[in-house]
Design a binder for this molecule. Structure first.
Ligand SMILES: NC(=O)c1ccc[n+]([C@@H]2O[C@H](COP(=O)([O-])OP(=O)(O)OC[C@H]3O[C@@H](n4cnc5c(N)ncnc54)[C@H](O)[C@@H]3O)[C@@H](O)[C@H]2O)c1
Length: 261
């Protein structure tokens, strides 16, 4: 099996690479942080690494061209992502652009580069890593929420379209996972005061390795949407049963978070 993973230098991406490596896959680990991608590749028997900034379409096209030179890619995972937290009235347009650039344009670039190659070969599995924030109203990180809802919609629609070509499409939607994203993420305005309490919650969260294992189980079963963690499943279900109730619960949680900060 030949697999490509973006954002492979850390967290869930690195864990996906390791899990795929344990299954005997040849893994191409791509990340904007070349040293991190190299470190991930070094931990896997058959792996190579590539520096790739997913916000640059030419980088992603070069990643795909290089990967397909090695063989037909069975699994392409658009995983790279960032987050910026904060109340929407305290975010700048630059915050919106940065998050949408990585989390949405990055996925679009991945789809644009990998999907036609999979269609041409009539096979392959394209996977996007979204979030629980793409399955429900997730306040106080609106650029992130917007990007993840878009990625869920894109993935579900592409899955419908791709089936006639023999190509599989899935979207993974993890809840809270213990990865460096939480320390890396900038938080704007008053909400930044609540970061200490947030880190306390993350300490008990699911590990990246457990998350990667859950995602691969979902892919084995060819699930369209793969919620990971109990919280993600519960929130997704609540939003489908009663969007009004899901919004009310989110509103209470947002008020609580603002008071804590
Ligand atoms: N950790 C969580 O709680 C959680 C929950 C739900 C969804 N997710 C999603 O999972 C994915 C991975 O997140 P993580 O928690 O492992 O984060 P992480 O910060 O540990 O890893 C993200 C990786 O993406 C890379 N990256 C960032 N910008 C990039 C770019 N422009 N081009 C290429 N690579 C880039 C980083 O260098 C890093 O190695 C993201 O899409 C994130 O939104 C994470």
């Amino acid at each position: 099996m030949l697999a490509v993973v973006t954002g492979a230098g850390s967290g869930i991406g690195a864990a996906l690479c390791r899990a795929l490596g344990r299954r005997g896959a040849h893994v191409i680990a791509a990340d904007v942080d070349e040293r991190a991608a190299a470190a991930t590749a070094a931990s896997i028997p058959e792996a190579t690494f590539v520096r790739c900034d997913v916000t640059i379409a030419d980088d992603v096209e070069a990643l795909a061209a290089g990967a397909w030179r090695e063989g037909a890619v069975d699994l392409w995972i658009n995983n790279a992502g960032i987050a910026i937290g904060g109340a929407t009235d305290e975010l700048s347009l630059a915050d919106w652009r940065r998050v949408l650039d990585v989390n949405l344009a990055g996925v679009v670039h991945g789809v644009h580069a990998a999907y036609p190659r999979m269609v041409a070969r009539r096979g392959g599995h394209l996977v996007n890593v979204a979030s629980v924030a793409g399955l429900a109203p997730y306040p106080l990180a609106l650029p992130y929420t917007t990007s993840k809802h878009a990625v869920v919609g894109l993935s579900q629609a592409l899955r419908a379209e791709a089936r006639m070509h023999g190509v599989k499409v899935s979207v993974a939607c993890p809840g809270m996972i213990k990865t460096p994203i939480w320390e890396r993420s900038e938080v704007r305005g008053g909400l930044a005061n609540g970061r200490g309490r947030m880190f306390e919650r993350i300490a008990g969260a699911m590990t990246a390795d457990a998350c990667a294992a859950a995602i691969l189980r979902g892919l084995d079963a060819n699930r369209g949407v793969i919620p990971v963690t109990f919280e993600a499943r519960a929130v997704w279900m609540l939003n489908r049963i009663s969007p009004a109730l899901a919004t009310a619960v989110s509103s209470c949680l947002a008020g609580f978070a603002r008071r804590l900060a």
